[in-house]
Design a protein around this ligand. Sequence first.
Ligand SMILES: *[C@@H]1O[C@H](CO)[C@@H](O)[C@H](O)[C@H]1NC(C)=O
Ligand SMILES: *[C@@H]1O[C@H](CO)[C@@H](O)[C@H](O)[C@H]1NC(C)=O
Ligand SMILES: *[C@@H]1O[C@H](CO)[C@@H](O)[C@H](O)[C@H]1NC(C)=O
Ligand SMILES: *[C@@H]1O[C@H](CO)[C@@H](O)[C@H](O)[C@H]1NC(C)=O
Length: 436
Amino acid sequence: MFYRPLRLLKIISIVLFLIIIIYQLYKISFNLKKYKFIRKEQIISAVSPSSPIPTISINPNEDFQEITETLPPFYVRLPNFSDDEAKSWFYNSSYYKINSKKCPHNSCEKYGVLFNDPKEHLSVKLSFVKNGLYLNDDCGYNYGDDAVRRGFENDNELKTIYDKLFIYTVPDGWSFQHFLDGIGPKLSHSSSYLKKYPDAKVLILKGARFDRSVKEIWSMLGVEESSRIIHHNGNNEIGARLLINPCRTPGIHPRLWHNAREMYWSISNITKSSSESERKNFIYIQRTATNAMNGGRLILNDDLFMNLLKEYCLKKNLNFIQYDHSKDSNHIRYRIELFYNSKYIIGVHSGALSNMNFAQSGTTLIEIMPYRPLKSSLPMTCSMFNPADLKACAGYILYTQSQLLNQTYWILPTAVNNDGNMNVDLNRMKKLLEQI
Ligand SMILES: *[C@@H]1O[C@H](CO)[C@@H](O)[C@H](O)[C@H]1NC(C)=O
Ligand SMILES: *[C@@H]1O[C@H](CO)[C@@H](O)[C@H](O)[C@H]1NC(C)=O
Ligand SMILES: *[C@@H]1O[C@H](CO)[C@@H](O)[C@H](O)[C@H]1NC(C)=O
Ligand SMILES: *[C@@H]1O[C@H](CO)[C@@H](O)[C@H](O)[C@H]1NC(C)=O
């Protein structure tokens, strides 16, 4: 009697085990059906690393064609620090602890961090698949070799088959910030094909919203939402007679970011000033309780902070611009022009700082980086005080972007209160302004 429950448990676990095995076998056989039709490869071009990827004619009879390019390795320098507090804060960050291992000769100050992983940082691929099959794969450098060659055999296998389809299914690509940091680098090497195939549809992930600025950029690229954009909800399998896949691209590489920036400037027809002296905008990207998507990260002494900036601009003959994106109802092309003409951009870490993507090389970016002083947690930085708990951290994305865009970056780490808001130390700020 005593042993019965144990025996029952044994039987139950065996049954469970069998169910799992059968389910896995079922899944494998199901997948085999989908995967068995793997296309033969034909590499049509390896483009020289110094030129942008040219538009090449695609042979409609080939099953699989791929344009590949290997970009050179690149370095990301350490931020500029206005004081020792900022410096030691950064050196304590998990970001530094992870990445400093990648500094040549152990000298991050001299060389910066080297990014040279062939797949993650250097390899750009644009593929064209005949009767291609898309199964909700993540659009990024990890897109598998087999997945990219996947095709369908019979039309009746699928509910939806498009004639021509581009996939840009980057997470949150419907939002301004993640359009720029996720889709932008992929557009940088594939946008010319959007023109070449003006009837091709464009697949992006469906989101809570579709930011107006994103819609306007697509429209400037000749991709109208009404006629070309498909908001994919991630459930169905999708086929295309010609599936165009720009996904296997590094998320970060200076070449891609420079080219994407050129593309934004070009499609918005901004007048490019030739003289450096015309660049006078000092833009404060203001975060307010009403314009932020997430709470917190507000500057509590905002008036005094702004007075300091205004004073500086007066002295240096700069245009002080207080920028609140929620009050900007103009077409995105005006914003691209505004930031093109910026010399300085300052703000608390937030998605709105992504407007730096429209600013020129040599622009100075000052990021006020909020952190919780006694906890290894967000707002924006990962573990500081638990050396064993090393995680990559999204908090440093704007710093990375500034370096990809060849801009000058200053960090001002600032402790937040219990509500996640902060008082900017005006003396530290003053000292920083004296150095830029
Ligand atoms: C850096 O970490 C050390 C302990 O690892 C700590 O004593 C020091 O106060 C930290 N510095 C800053 C600026 O957070
Ligand atoms: C830019 O100029 C081209 C050619 O003149 C025009 O077709 C296009 O609509 C313009 N785009 C914008 C955003 O003004
Ligand atoms: C980087 O920016 C500087 C100006 O700040 C410029 O002289 C240099 O040519 C730029 N480099 C690249 C690769 O764009
Ligand atoms: C730090 O500032 C110097 C001088 O303005 C600049 O040349 C350098 O690129 C900056 N470093 C970073 C990481 O932006």
